[in-house]
Design a protein around this ligand. Structure first.
Ligand code: FPP
Length: 225
């Protein structure tokens, strides 16, 4: 099972407590750890987390720098947590366009968890579904100039073509948008919106995702058998 999670509401969580928005992001990291522990408990094989979008660069410098700082400094400090929990970390998004220290922090956890096999945790960073599709097309065109591109060609040139499509995409904070997340492979994903703000997420919300998915009838464009 592959769960895609749109982590929303960090800012609202902080504002409600008269804290700076960055405090909401820090609390969001704690939620992220609870969520992964729960996903492991419920035998989820893949979790993709929307951590920073191609549009998030529009936020104030201070907030962008804080989030990049989490990748550069906080994430490498979580390497023991990742290893102890058997988490293989992968990144989806325009990695090359990230600041160098963020790339270094990410590379350290990717390398340090490459043999972990209990769960694959994909961080969507500097990620946009439209940007990913454009980059996939360009990869194909570079290798096959002049050849018409097919659906399979695009699929095979996404950032992580070996990862199966998500079964469910869930979003926190009651929002009901995809916001440019996994546009290509969400074609037949089930969608769930949960009212709780991201920093309040933990096992309960993961159980809600799994219960909701078990009740959906998935036809993939065909008929119910
Ligand atoms: C959306 O909430 C959240 C983000 C844009 C960032 C998500 C980041 C984390 C959970 C921390 C982990 C991050 C990294 C980089 C490892 P929002 O700020 O849009 O909330 P709001 O809609 O209430 O303002």
């Amino acid at each position: 099972m592959h769960l895609g999670l749109i982590m929303d509401g960090n800012g609202r969580w902080a504002t409600r407590r008269s804290l700076p928005r960055t405090a909401g992001h820090l609390e969001g990291v704690k939620a992220l750890k609870r969520v992964i522990a729960a996903a492991i408990k419920y035998n989820v094989e893949y979790v993709t987390l929307y951590a920073f979008s191609t549009e998030n660069w529009k936020r104030p410098d201070q907030e962008v720098n804080y989030l990049m700082g989490l990748l550069a400094k906080k994430l490498p400090g979580e390497l023991p947590f990742c290893q102890e929990n058997g988490m293989r970390i992968l990144v989806r998004g325009n990695f090359d366009a990230l600041p160098e220290d963020a790339r270094k922090g990410l590379s350290k956890v990717i390398e340090g968890t490459k043999d972990c096999d209990r769960i694959t945790v994909i961080l969507a960073i500097n990620y946009g579904g439209q940007d990913e599709i454009a980059r996939a097309c360009n990869r194909f065109i570079e290798k096959n100039p002049g050849k018409p591109i097919t659906v399979k060609d695009i699929e095979n040139n996404l950032d992580l073509p070996q990862i199966p499509a998500p079964d469910m995409i869930a979003r926190s904070a009651g929002e009901m948008r995809l916001s440019n997340f996994m546009l290509w492979d969400s074609a037949y994903a089930e969608f769930l919106s949960i009212e709780d703000l991201w920093p309040d997420w933990g096992e309960e919300q993961i159980k809600m995702c799994i219960d909701a998915l078990s009740k959906r009838v998935r036809k993939f464009g065909g008929l119910v058998k």
